[in-house]
Design a protein around this ligand. Structure first.
Ligand code: BTN
Length: 277
């Protein structure tokens, strides 16, 4: 008898039998346990692994989050995966493309979640995946830029799939969620991963071939940060508050700073955003 959907292990056979991609996931490493799938994918890419190579693990012992944080990665319930991206624009377009990749990947994850579950995630700039105000998943993109043949990006995706609300550690229980907690039923992870890889492949092509404005307007439609009052912790340790106004052509977030903080428009390239009421 088949195992219930929520406890079905992730296997290479199950994932690859569902793939509808040309290259993404065709080279696939499925690990029971690893420190970090991003670490593995970076190492594989340094050794020349091809575009679309995927590393997925049942459990990470040192999962990495954005801004030096940890990504809790208990076994069995969730998706932890990393994808190597080597399809590149010209050198002149590389800087803007590099800043688009994390936004593109967030759109791909949101669309995959919606197509498989019917839930409608939004994006907290730059690439947190939310349902309502709770975090469903996140992305960590790491890159190595070293000449055309040796430049790559690793897109790391952590998605809470079947974790029950009570099982989240207390400190994040009120701000985290999972697909199962939202939908009231578990999800099989293999079809979800297959859909995610299809969306990622399509969007990775789209940001190479379509005008950036087209992509950014699609991102903006999913982004729940725009129009909100926000608090931003900047990389230099400063904090600002204001209204998230719009996206700059490179995907930076434009914030109209509160008058008490001196006002004016500020473009934020990297930072941690809190949505204020
Ligand atoms: C965030 O802080 O929101 C980003 C979380 C990214 C976690 C994923 S899990 C798979 C991949 N491997 C890692 O070590 N991190 C990313």
């Amino acid at each position: 008898m088949a195992a219930p959907a929520d406890s079905r292990p992730l296997t290479k056979k199950a994932i690859q039998s569902l793939l509808q991609t040309t290259t993404f996931g065709r080279t696939l490493h499925v690990l029971q346990e690893t420190a970090s799938t991003n670490g593995d994918a970076m190492a594989l890419a340094q050794q020349g692994a091809e575009d679309g190579t995927v590393v997925v693990a049942e459990r990470q012992t040192a999962g990495k989050g954005r801004l030096g944080r940890r990504w809790l990665s208990p076994p069995g319930d969730n998706l932890y995966c990393s994808v190597i991206l080597r399809r590149m624009p010209t050198a002149a377009e590389l800087p803007r493309w590099l800043s688009m990749v994390p936004l593109m990947a967030a759109v791909a994850v949101a669309r995959a979640v919606q197509s498989v579950t019917g839930l409608r995630p939004s994006l907290k700039w730059p690439n947190d995946i939310l349902i309502g105000d709770r975090k469903l998943g996140g992305l960590l993109c790491e890159s190595s830029v070293a000449g055309p043949a040796r430049t790559f990006v690793v897109i790391g995706i952590g998605l809470n799939v079947n974790t029950e609300r009570e099982s989240f550690p207390e400190e994040i229980r009120e701000i985290a969620t999972s697909l199962a907690a939202e939908a009231g039923r578990p999800f099989d992870r293999a079809p979800l991963l297959a859909a995610l890889l299809s969306e990622l492949e399509a969007h990775a092509d789209a940001i190479l071939t379509r005008p950036p404005e087209t992509f950014l307007s699609g991102y903006a439609r999913l982004c729940s940060t725009l129009g909100r009052r926000v608090r931003v912790s900047l990389a230099d340790g400063k904090t600002i508050e204001g209204q998230a106004d719009s996206l700059a052509p490179d995907g930076s977030l434009r914030i109209i700073r509160d008058q008490v903080q001196g006002g004016g428009l500020l473009e934020v390239r990297a930072g941690d955003i809190i949505h204020l009421r």
